[in-house]
Write a protein that binds this ligand. Sequence first.
Ligand code: AMP
Length: 408
Amino acid sequence: MASVSAELKGKYVLVINAGSSSFKTQILACENEKPILAVLAERIGSDNGKLIFKINPDTDKEEKHAFDVHYPTHGDGIRDMMKRIVDMGILPNFDSIVASGHRVLLGGPYYAECKVDATVKQVIRDYIPLGPLHNPANLACIEVIEEILPGVPAVAVFDTGFHTTMPAYAYTYGISKEFSEKYHLRRYGFHGISHKYVSKTAAKYLGKETFTGICCHLGNGCSITAIKDGKCVDTTMGLTPLEGLLMGTRCGDIDASLPLFLMEQEGLTPTQMSDVLNKQSGLKALTGSNDMRDVEAMIAKGDENAILANNIFNYRVIKYIGAYLSVLGYDIDGILFTGGIGENAPVTRAPICQAFANLGLEIDDELNKVRSGEPREITKKGSKIKALVVPTNEELEIMQTTLKILGY
Ligand code: AMP
């Protein structure tokens, strides 16, 4: 835990992590880096929205309040949430908030984390065509918070930021330079805030200055990053979060001709095709559910579709770990698992780890079953390659980055 300066005693950072139709918020105390409030707003833009407040989350004093809401826009939701924070007495006013930190999906090739000003807002706007659902929501949240907290500095932490260190041969697509330059087409990578937090935490756990190895973020969205000396050298997601692994509702790697073929045969528009690839594919298309827990339950009943889907999921993870082992010259500190599946599904981690038994990765079946919110090893003592579970915490990473950028 960071030791804080006197000026941060009793102060808080407001963290906002907005998705296309939702946002998560935390208010974290600077003194102990723990949240005093965690908020989830879901189904923005629809009539049956939900707002969930958890006061003192994950403590024995946790209090949960759920509200039915209707927020036409993210801005409406943020305004209502901020009003409730004072009305419910969670904070008497906002004088103790020293900064807001915002996750922003796409910041292009250069922006990683920076104080929000007119230029940064323009960068967020410039990348709306490549992040049409997220960047506008992220910008709306920043602008509404600026209105509610005038004079309080805001920091943008880009989900692509950790991947800006990739070499050109890893991020360049084999298409014409004219198109690439005109439309900023390249691999950007996502989940960067999580990969950064998890790899930093692993370095600390292992007693190293920086982490070199492979980080597997396996949740509803999935990506793997190859990290050398704390810096990303390759990642599985690309121009958008569609490339790479099989995910809850996203197909991952696919021959680019397939959507063109389908669009022609089915008369689909680009928007409809995008919907199929992003929202109707992956585990959901193969099994009927995007949730790995359902897939596990189906496997237990011998469901062949679920068995195949799980095999595809694991195979792609194994394939990319193998690829990144060679990218890193087989010299790594470890393989990290995080995200809802990576943290909670020993039955997924086991076969992935077993695929590397010949390289000296010895999974410990008992350690693999342990449930804990702490970073932990799941390989046997003396295993040549270590595997670790490292719970992610994007909100904490955003808070720490926000304070660092503002010079605290
Ligand atoms: P995330 O996007 O990181 O919140 O991860 C969400 C996904 O994690 C869910 O869709 C589930 O598939 C998966 N998940 C969560 N808990 C478990 C669990 N106990 N076992 C297997 N998968 C889980």
